[in-house]
Design a protein. Structure first.
Length: 275
């Protein structure tokens, strides 16, 4: 699932792709053969899996330059080291993908929180969805503004609509920046926030005039609202909060576990070049 998505994305962006497999030969040897002397056999097996993955990439996306790495170690540290210098790291949310990360959601969360990559994509839900809008969570924070720019770029390149989603608690405005908070003055919270949201994205609409933009302001938690909208989206985009503990942000944590489409977590630098 993650391999398929990464291959198609690399071809769409016209960037090279590196397939990474982390393996623990001692665990595998004990489980499969019961003897540490089979280290070389396990290494050859891992290389064969990576070779098969690269062959699959060439079938899925024949224009992509692909290379592979089979590295001993635990998935999260291996992926973090391999992602250093890349522009995007793609991981699966479950262990069902036989070629991509064989980890659990905790591996995905660890990589998403700790990687230096500008963009992390956790592939889950309807990973083959190529219709519907790009969804972006907006709250006026710096990280959300970065995610908004990435979302507009993604929507433009995919030639699809964008929907900006803002959640509020129902008794007071959430924690958006002054531009959003000011929109509530003298008006019901929902109407004021929606007007402020439209104004907040005016610059992005001007930069991407061909992107059709929709707005959704709803009461409830941001994670729950974005998860609901993910059911009709092809991508959900949120910002990565700098200085946070490993995905302490409940929004990102909930999306990684429950979103019905791939989740893009945007950092501070979004220049494209490799994956």
């Amino acid at each position: 699932m993650a391999l398929w998505w990464a291959a198609r994305e690399a071809q769409r962006r016209e960037v090279p792709l590196t397939v990474v497999l982390a393996y623990n030969w001692r665990t595998l040897a004990t489980r499969l053969l019961g003897d540490h002397e089979f280290e070389e056999y396990i290494r050859d097996l891992a290389v064969a899996i990576v070779d098969a993955a690269m062959a699959e990439v060439r079938t899925i996306a024949p224009r992509v330059h692909v290379r592979g790495e089979a590295s001993p170690g635990e998935p999260a540290p291996v992926l973090l080291e391999a992602s250093d210098g890349a522009d995007m790291v793609v991981v699966g949310s479950r262990g069902g993908d036989r070629f991509a990360c064989h980890g659990t959601g905790s591996v995905s969360a660890h990589v998403a929180a700790e990687t230096s990559c500008p963009m992390t994509v956790v592939v889950r839900g309807r990973s083959d969805a190529n219709t519907g809008p790009v969804i972006v969570g907006v709250d006026g924070s710096t990280s959300a503004d970065v995610a908004t720019g990435v979302a507009f770029e993604e929507a433009a390149s995919r030639r699809c609509a964008l929907r900006a989603v803002l959640a509020y608690s129902g008794w007071m405005p959430p924690r958006p920046a002054n531009a959003l908070r000011a929109g509530c003055a003298g008006a019901p919270i929902r109407a004021g926030l929606e007007a402020a949201l439209v104004d907040h994205l005016a610059g992005w609409r001007h930069k991407y005039p061909d992107v059709q933009v929709g707005y959704a302001v709803g009461r409830g938690s941001p994670g729950a609202l974005l998860t609901w909208w993910s059911r009709q989206a092809q991508l959900v985009t949120v910002g990565r909060r700098s200085g946070a503990a490993p995905l302490s942000d409940s929004v990102g944590r909930q999306l990684i576990r429950h979103a019905d489409c791939p989740v893009l977590i945007a950092g501070t630098d979004t220049q494209s070049g490799s994956a």
